[in-house]
Design a protein around this ligand. Structure first.
Ligand code: ADP
Ligand code: MG
Length: 681
């Protein structure tokens, strides 16, 4: 609990029992409750009279019960029926299976009913199936909050607590300097909190929300500015590139770089030649050839007699990069090392010694490289692949290994501009939007489980043509066992079914050695069908595979589906992606539809953002971004800018927040909700 906050159970009318229920909702204190914003609102200012009820939708009205009785249906269920009226007319109210209701509801006093009403052709002309009811003896014409409910908690109880809780906030001092609030015409924090729960008008609700959104952005920007200046342009050490190594490497490639790849290489070269440390994001859809740009960037460090590091989010991907890069650089006598958490002690010692040595080298690694207190000298280039899988902290840790080191972040996830500015500071951006030539967009199909046999027939045909197949099973949350079971079963089934082909199984629980052996066999086409859990999701490159079968596709996220589909269609052969699914939710249907509609990762990201909201896209937890409770990075982008400007204006005069007018702000930063209740009086 933050300083001077008040435990929720001590709020008048709450007590230990209700307190416990609230704590289950993670509401421990008055502030927790204040920041548990309503899911939606109910406008009770102009309720219709009974005669005005339209029928066909959920409506609320007030009426007195004239008579009430329980009846048993033939199926042995109970129906409670009541005749309810107001000055305008009469209605029949119906409840199902609430046996004691007739004894408990009182005749002659007003109730507020929320109901699904229906017009009838007989008297009374309307009936209502009751969803909620509550006594309306002290009814107020107002907008009331609708909170997210949980077991044992009623809407009316929560509203009662809310009325008590907002009393605490009325005299809180606002931490945001009044000059800023006035300039931006923002509501005070106490008025905002009150109006978030009980808005006195729609206009006031909008203004309250605006203040809360502003606060979310404002405090986020404030802590960024206070804690970091690493996003400011910093001195770098220019790399001296004569071009000989780069040129001979690019010449020897089996293909020529695409225009966008060349442009990205030029961008990077310009950066590393300049006086500032490079801080560049390389964004390109799955399969657009980011790895090739990365290799060239690593070679820039080598040319300049420095070291280059490439980090990948998974062991398999690091190994794949390692194999590809060592092969490519074989004839150039550049040492390439692979360092992972599992690297043996003896080998690790050799690598560690090389890392503090003078010789240029390339290191491919996983998180292990940044987590361990490994020392590196003369680091010229650090690259993070699939950067959204790394956290802000990890990115920072990497650039601390050598503060002059140039950094390149690679991602297939399009990051909205607003986020780029606010969370990644002055990150520059190169985009690869063109695919290497010869790509045939994969055809995508959505089929039910019952059609699997047809899909397998199709596979057989492709395997006879020398092609390879991926079959992917989802990761069932919290149940790796179950997940493994279905993949293992699938493996056994397919092994029996495809006697002429070799079927392989790969999953996260396997030993690293085993995993890489299987991957290698698949690459060599010693395995034709690879059954796997989601371990193959990122970056695996086997151009001869032309079929991707995704089982239980309804359980995958859109970006995952797109990543998986990106594994095929790389070798110039027509490729096919089968989404085998039994979608039950609307979102699952939307995801599958989007996959059928487009192959464009950027369009899919947009759809994904609409379905899930932007925080989730970047995997907030992984990317180290805060979860905004109310703010939307898309719809509230203008406020993000406003908040950023407000923070800059404060920092211009008082970078450490020491001036008297800012001391309170500084103090509130340390509080969970940036709210201090100590000024109650
Ligand atoms: P991603 O951007 O998803 O990391 P990769 O770097 O894995 O993509 O590249 C995908 C495939 O395209 C690889 O097999 C790679 O060898 C191939 N590739 C990359 N650049 C070109 C190019 N310019 N011409 C032809 N093939 C290319
Ligand atoms: Mg890649």
């Amino acid at each position: 609990m933050t300083k001077n906050d008040i435990a929720i159970q001590f709020v008048k009318g709450v007590g230990p029992n209700l307190g416990k229920l609230l704590m289950k909702k993670k509401v421990y204190t008055v502030s927790d409750f204040l920041y548990m914003f309503p899911r939606t609102y109910e406008d009770r200012r102009n309720l219709p009279k009974i005669s005005e009820l339209s029928g066909g939708e959920t409506e609320s009205f007030i009426g007195k019960i004239k008579s009430i009785q329980d009846q048993r249906t033939r199926q042995n269920k109970t129906v409670t029926k009541a005749v309810v009226s107001d000055s305008s007319g009469t209605i029949i109210c119906i409840w199902f299976n609430q046996l004691y209701l007739s004894k408990y509801l009182k005749i002659g006093i007003p109730y507020l009913f929320k109901a699904k009403c229906e017009r009838t052709s007989y008297e009374p002309m309307i009936t209502a199936q009751i969803i909620e009811h509550e006594p309306a003896t002290d009814f107020r014409k107002e907008i009331v909050p609708v909170y997210p409910l949980s077991a044992g908690l009623y809407q009316s109880t929560l509203r009662k607590v809310a009325r008590k809780v907002i009393e605490y906030v009325l005299k809180v001092k606002d931490p945001v300097p009044s000059s800023i609030l006035k300039g931006l015409e923002l509501l005070s924090i106490s008025d905002s909190l009150v109006n978030m729960h009980f808005p006195t008008s729609l206009d006031l609700y909008e203004r309250a929300r605006k203040r809360i959104v502003f606060d979310e952005f404002f405090y986020f920007q404030l802590s960024l500015s206070l804690n970091r200046n690493q996003y400011k342009k910093r001195n770098g050490e220019p790399l001296k590139i004569s071009g000989s190594i780069l040129d001979s490497y690019i010449e020897k490639l089996p293909y020529s770089l695409t225009g966008d790849q060349k442009k990205s290489v030029e961008d990077i070269q310009k950066d590393v030649n300049g006086p500032n440390k490079m801080n560049r994001l390389l964004q390109g859809d799955v399969g657009s050839g980011k790895t090739d740009v990365a290799i060239v960037a690593l070679l820039m460090a080598i040319e300049s007699n420095r070291k280059g590091v490439l980090l990948a989010p998974t062991d398999i991907l690091a190994e794949q990069h390692f194999l590809k890069i060592s092969k490519r650089l074989e004839s150039m006598e550049i040492p390439v090392y692979l360092l992972r958490g599992k690297t043996r002690k003896k080998e690790r010692k050799v690598i560690e010694a090389a890392l503090i040595g003078e010789e240029p080298l390339i290191l491919i690694g996983t998180h292990a490289v940044i987590q361990d207190p490994i020392k590196m000298t003369k680091l010229g280039m650090a690259i993070i692949d699939e950067q959204h899988r790394f956290g802000v902290m990890q990115r920072m840790a990497l650039s601390k290994k050598d503060e002059f080191c140039h950094c390149l972040y690679m991602t297939a996830t399009p990051i909205p501009r607003s986020l780029l500015l606010s969370c990644f500071g002055d990150l520059d951006k190169s985009i690869i939007s063109e695919m290497p030539p010869g790509r045939v967009p994969s055809k995508t199909y959505f089929l039910r489980e019952s059609k699997l046999e047809q899909v397998y027939k199709f596979c057989l045909n492709q395997i006879e043509k020398g092609r390879q197949v991926f079959v992917v099973y989802p990761l069932v949350e919290d149940s790796e066992k179950l997940d493994l079971k279905s993949a293992t079963e699938g493996f056994e089934q397919l092994s029996a079914l495809f006697s002429m082909a070799k079927v392989g199984l790969i999953h996260g629980k396997m030993k690293q050695l085993e995993k890489s052996e299987i991957m290698q066999n698949f690459k060599k086409n010693d395995i034709q069908i690879l059954v796997s859990t989601t371990v193959i999701e990122v970056g695996i490159d086997v151009p001869n595979s032309t079929i991707m079968i995704i089982r239980h596709a309804e359980r995958f996220g859109l970006s995952q589906l797109h990543q998986l589909r990106g594994r095929i269609g790389r070798g110039g052969n027509e490729s096919h992606c089968f989404l085998i699914a039994e979608p039950t939710s609307e979102n699952a249907n939307l995801r599958i539809k989007a996959m059928l509609d487009t192959n464009d990762g950027f369009k899919l990201a947009e759809v994904d953002m609409k379905i899930r909201g932007p925080g989730d896209i970047l995997g907030t937890r992984q990317s180290g971004l805060p979860e905004f409770k109310v703010a939307s990075l898309i719809n509230d982008e203008h406020l993000l800018k406003t908040a950023k400007e407000a923070v800059s204006s404060i920092f211009k005069d008082d970078p450490k927040l020491q001036k008297p007018e800012n001391v309170f702000l500084r103090e509130s930063l340390n509080q969970k909700y940036h709210l201090i209740l100590s000024n109650l009086s």
